[in-house]
Design a protein around this ligand. Sequence first.
Ligand code: CMC
Length: 423
Amino acid sequence: MLKKAKLEIDNIQYELPIVAGSEGERGIDISILREQTGCITLDVGYQNTGSCLSSITYIDGDNGILRYRGYPIEELAEKTSFTETAFLLIYGELPTAEEKKAFSQRLTENSMVHEEMLRFFDGFPVTAHPMAILSTMVNALSVYYPQYFTIDFATETFDLMVVRLLSKIRTIAAYSYKHSIGEPFVYPRHDLKYCANFLHMMFHSPVKPYEVDPDIEKTLNMLLILHADHEQNCSTSTVRLVGSSMVNLYSSICAGICALWGPLHGGANQEVIHMLEEIHRGGISVCDCIEKAKDKENRFRLFGFGHRIYKSYDPRAKILKRQCDMLKNKFQLHDPLIDIALELEERTLQDEYFISRKLYPNVDFYSGILYRMLGIPADMYPVMFAIGRLPGWIAQWKEMHDTKPFKIGRPRQIYVGPTIRHL
Ligand code: CMC
């Protein structure tokens, strides 16, 4: 029997259906609320609001669990490649051997950026933040490949947009880096896999050939897999909301990139490194940094700590911390920022402020350190996050479009401004 919640407003009782998810999560369906009661709900920051039913990603924040399409993140990070996980997220199942081959082939075929688009790069100053370049270029794809997804869409068009975006975003990202350091673009190679190809385009130069180390390639695969989806976070909700206006996929993804850039979201990994560098320079001590983050008069936060959903250790951070140790030992790295990071973590784990608020290191704490080990500069970290999150955005955008009835996203408000007045 369907369970119901009871709500009483002005002595009138209403019954609201309770919707249960496959993992036992429950939500009160309030879709009749305004029509029948005249009231709406108020939930600033959407802390209690479910915006959709979704079968892509499951998170249990209290127990540190993250699964894509039912598969634990730990297994995916260890045993799959980023492109297999991308396929899983977007199409619902891991690819068969044949599908995998065809998908890889199509990614390779679509890896080049339209030559005319390269001229865009000349218009950006070398100091331009790569996230600004990335969002601009992704939106510009809608100019060069204008087969939009509109009301009636052919699967073929969608499939093409998927490989185009997944493949070109990596080329655009690497080109924006080359542009910032004044080096010529390195074209993608057909014989390299997704992550190796990206590293090649980033670090190869005619005067200094770059050999891809298998552990570096594996680490990048792992990082991108861990970024690949995280249900209805700020950027994903942005992609869904923007996409709900029926705008094309490229523009929806562009909006997601902009949302991800902020330091409270995917821009936090860059902030973490700035914070650790500042401590290393002697600008602030570890203790003072923690005290500053606790000071309510100060807007500063300990970047890479805390999460809206995880109230225990972020499972992604756990995997990345292990990978950090592995690379550190393999390459005999002595990066003082790692020691500072470990000290920060240790101190916060014993600090009442962080314990009582359940603030633990999140994915951005160790991903910044790992990207640094890979030789990627700090302002590229949010770009790396965006490359990783892309399959999730696409999967969520597709799921939204496949959901019936289709609704434009449009929250309401409680107006608290002046009542009518006249000039
Ligand atoms: N440093 C200091 N205090 C913090 C921090 C932090 N990093 N995070 C949360 N708090 C405090 C916050 O001040 C509040 O304290 P009080 O109850 O006294 O007012 C309490 O903890 C609850 O925080 P909140 O801001 O209500 O939590 P939220 O769910 O709205 O915010 C968050 C989540 C991730 C924006 C926040 O934890 C934060 O700003 N962290 C730093 C930025 C960061 O690392 N972001 C990356 C998140 S992981 C990647 C992603 O998915 O985006």
